[in-house]
Write a protein that binds this ligand. Structure first.
Ligand code: PLP
Length: 284
């Protein structure tokens, strides 16, 4: 069953081959993307995702085809046309289509698309069981704060994790822990949370932001600093966050057990709070 697709001002389905071979998103990764979750056909944290898209596009000098209100209107129309109530929306804005040259022309017309997709979000058992990670070298570029479609290094790290029987790759760089290949990472030690500060090494995760706010509201200390690799096996708990996984316990890294190998107390507390925030967003 094809998905509903918005492409440059019109609606179609993912059956239609809309993209030209000389689109710069395809040939140069000259493109910014977003992913958000919807529940009961209600988009979650839409302003956060729009803001990140806007910042990313501005950073690489692609004009944003949407204002916040036209973005919301397009999303609402897309969801109205979608057959299912919950899933994800993938959005991409590339610099556009044109003759293949590295030095891109000024004033190209951006390619803007978004489509819905069914998604199996983690169930209660998975949220309790958590995930396994392996550590691997961070081979990404130096602007990881942009949600660029250049995901080759992330994909390769993720594949290494899969081959090792793990769920996610934890990216290490010069002795520091950065983030997951597609998630933000949090360590907990002596009741305090440690997570990487917002800089060029990590993506400003939407769920990361909510997790920090929830922790602070609960009077849990949050230290935003790079965690040293050597500290990894000296944690009481760990969790990762992402749009599709929410707050997810990490119970094993490189085959070594974290805490007592079950979801930690603080992780469980934040997970419950975050799930409730999502339901409120969805109007449940
Ligand atoms: N870090 C990376 C590299 C990601 O790709 C993602 C999500 O895909 C995240 C972090 C988590 O971001 P968010 O919470 O906005 O989904």
């Amino acid at each position: 069953m094809p998905d509903v697709l918005y492409f440059n001002g019109r609606f179609t389905t993912t059956d239609e081959r809309v993209l030209g071979v000389e689109d710069r998103g395809f040939q140069f990764g000259d493109s910014i993307y977003e992913v958000f979750k919807f529940l009961r056909k209600r988009p979650l944290f839409l302003p956060d995702h729009f803001r990140r898209l806007e910042v990313g596009l501005r950073a690489i000098e692609i004009p944003n085809p949407w204002t916040e209100s036209s973005f919301r209107a397009t999303v609402e129309e897309l969801l109205k046309r979608t057959q299912f109530d919950e899933g994800i929306v993938y959005i991409q804005v590339s610099r556009g289509e044109g003759e293949r040259v590295h030095f891109y022309p000024e004033n190209m017309k951006p390619t803007a698309l978004m489509y819905t997709r069914r998604f199996k979000f983690p169930d209660a058992a998975k949220k309790e069981r958590g995930v396994r990670m392996i550590t691997t070298e961070d081979q990404r570029w130096r602007q990881c704060c942009l949600k660029s479609v250049n995901l080759l290094a992330n994909s390769m790290a993720k594949k290494r994790a899969q081959r090792a029987g793990a769920d996610e790759a934890l990216l290490l760089d010069g002795g520091f822990v950065r983030e997951g290949a597609s998630s933000s990472f949090f360590a907990i030690r002596n009741g305090a949370i440690i997570t990487h500060p917002l800089d060029e090494h990590i993506l400003p995760g939407v769920v990361r932001d909510h997790a920090i706010s929830l922790a602070l509201a609960e009077k849990i200390r949050v230290d935003e600093r790079p965690l040293r690799e050597a500290e990894l096996f000296d944690m009481n708990e760990a969790f990762m966050t992402s749009t599709t996984q929410g707050i997810m316990p990490v119970t094993e890294i490189d085959g070594r057990i974290i805490g007592d190998s079950r979801r930690g107390e603080i992780t469980g507390q934040l997970q419950r709070l975050f799930d409730a925030v999502e339901l409120t967003e969805a109007g449940v």
